[in-house]
Ligand binder design. Structure first.
Ligand code: NOJ
Ligand code: CA
Length: 510
């Protein structure tokens, strides 16, 4: 079998820049802070970094409201700092992906200021402007995200029309049916590709194709955000042109799209015939599989069958900056450790959210410290780097610490070989050293019910992986040498046939 591209084999580490590391002591993470921690990323053994937005922004949605696509917000540093991060990562063989937000801009973006300035502005059609409904009110019944049932439309009195915003009123939607929008956005991507960026995570990519009629949402979806159901075929030619542009660059650049659709949908459609996205998230499905062997087995089999049918390669995600961390959702570190065997042992490109390797839980946010309009502050708490009172940050950070920062920090866990951090590192190393684990085939194994076990294979290399979801010890008739176990016990020894409560294991058949 030919070795697949790096974005099939590699592990991507998501950094939320405000919360990763602070270089200038203002309590907000930045690029110099990240630069100082590149050594940690290399030690951990990841293959790529996806950096959540660092572009100039009024921060109404903490950077997902972009006011300039080809620069860095002074809060995070400068373009030169970003170049330095890129070089430091590349020197260690780590790729750098940026977050591209094409569905909407900030309402302070010069494009929107121009579009809003008059009905005859040359950029009026860069955004979605519509007259009020006959008799007044928003043009349709769409509701925006982050609001209980509030319209996805805001009235602009000076020009007498509404503009569409799938998210906050401060995030107007671009109109991708206008060719000049696509051209301007291709120029943005070229700017970064020319600068040596290895690819992009694409924000709400399913939003780019909209039904030109903008029909009302059906009554059964009343109050639900329109964007979570927006799945229109006009997105596909947009993606094909994007892919062709990106693939013309040397060096295996990658497009990873965030597809966040509720209701029936087919995420593999976003891969096209290998001519649209390289990878797509299917977040609602991936994040909420019940903690139970049968559910995970069925979920995995369904995802793989759908992806194999069109030669697409899935993604694996347990946590990100929009959802409570899986350590909090699952309720214990033992489960978080076992979940790491799913993330790093199942087929697909894993996306690891910074801090999950420390077993971080969400921070408890007192109401007076809440800042996010979407209520997502808990999973965005800063990363504690050491046990000192400031945990490696120079000022009191922008959000409260996650629980147990004195113990659950990089320095402490790095010094403790039994920690979850070392488990992640061993799993990452095992994955990197095994074609079977990194990109091999998958076959579920028959076991006693509460255990989910599977085999991976590639190029004569084989691994068996098993996860016990129960709180009881389980017997398991599998043979091989233990390569990685949840608590490190038995590693290097023949498997003794018993899987500890809530634990995972990787075996190497002799
Ligand atoms: C998805 C991003 O992950 C989220 O943080 C953001 O608020 C929305 N898209 C809008 O850009
Ligand atoms: Ca800072």
């Amino acid at each position: 079998m030919a070795r697949p591209p790096w974005w099939h084999r590699g592990v991507v580490y998501q950094i939320y820049p405000r919360s990763f590391a602070d270089g200038n002591g203002d309590g907000i993470g930045d690029l110099r802070g990240l630069l100082d921690r590149v050594e940690y990323l290399a030690w951990l053994g990841i293959d790529a970094v996806w950096l959540s937005p660092i572009f100039p922004s009024p921060m109404a949605d903490f950077g997902y409201d972009v006011a300039e696509y080809c620069d860095v917000d002074p809060l995070f540093g400068t373009l030169a700092d970003l170049d330095a991060v890129r070089d430091a990562l590349h020197d260690r063989g780590i790729k750098l992906l940026l977050d591209w937000i094409p569905n909407h801009t900030s309402d302070r973006h010069p494009w929107f200021l121009d579009s809003r300035s008059s009905r005859s502005s040359p950029r009026r059609d860069w955004y979605v402007w519509r007259d009020p409904r006959p008799g007044g009110g928003p043009p349709n019944n769409w509701v925006h995200a982050f609001a209980d049932g509030r319209p996805a439309w805001t009235f602009d009195a000076p020009t007498g029309q509404y503009y569409l915003h799938s998210f906050l009123p401060a995030q107007p939607d671009l109109d991708w049916s206008t060719p000049a929008v696509e051209q301007a956005m291709h120029a943005v991507l070229r700017f970064w590709l020319d600068r040596g960026i290895d690819g992009f995570r694409i924000d709400v990519v399913h939003g780019l194709g909209k039904d030109p009629e903008l029909p009302d949402d059906p009554p059964e979806r009343a109050g639900l955000p329109h964007i979570a159901f927006n799945d229109h075929p006009s997105v596909h030619p947009i993606l094909r042109r994007l892919r062709a542009m990106v693939d013309a660059y040397p060096g295996d650049r990658v497009l990873v799209g965030e597809v966040f659709l509720l209701g029936p949908h087919d995420v593999t459609a976003y891969y096209g015939l290998g001519d649209e996205l390289h990878l797509a998230f299917d977040l609602p499905r991936c994040l909420h599989v019940p903690w139970e062997a049968t559910s995970w087995r069925e979920h995995t089999a369904a995802v793989l069958a759908a992806h194999e049918a069109c030669q697409a390669w899935p993604t694996l995600v347990l946590s990100n900056h929009d959802t409570p961390r899986h350590r909090s959702r699952l309720g214990s570190e033992a489960r978080a450790r076992a979940a790491a065997f799913l993330l790093l042992g199942l087929p697909g490109t894993p996306f690891l959210y910074a801090g999950e390797e420390l077993g971080l839980e969400d921070a408890v946010i007192p109401p007076e410290r809440a800042v996010d309009p979407g209520g997502r502050d808990g999973c965005r708490a800063p990363l504690p780097w050491d046990a000192t009172p400031s945990h490696g940050w120079n000022a009191s950070p922008w959000l409260p610490w996650p629980p147990e920062p004195a113990r659950r920090n990089v320095a402490e866990l790095r010094a403790d070989e039994t920690s979850i951090l070392h488990l992640y590192r061993r799993l990452l190393r095992a994955r990197r050293g095994s074609p079977a684990l990194a990109w091999g085939s998958w076959r579920p194994l028959r076991t006693s019910a509460p255990v989910f076990a599977w085999e991976r294979g590639a190029d004569g290399d084989r691994r068996l992986v098993a996860v016990n979801f129960t709180d009881d010890e389980e017997r398991l008739e599998l043979e091989g040498r233990v390569e990685v176990s949840s608590d490190g016990s038995g590693e290097g020894q023949p498997f003794a046939g018993v899987l500890a409560p809530c634990a995972g294991v990787i075996l190497r058949p002799d």
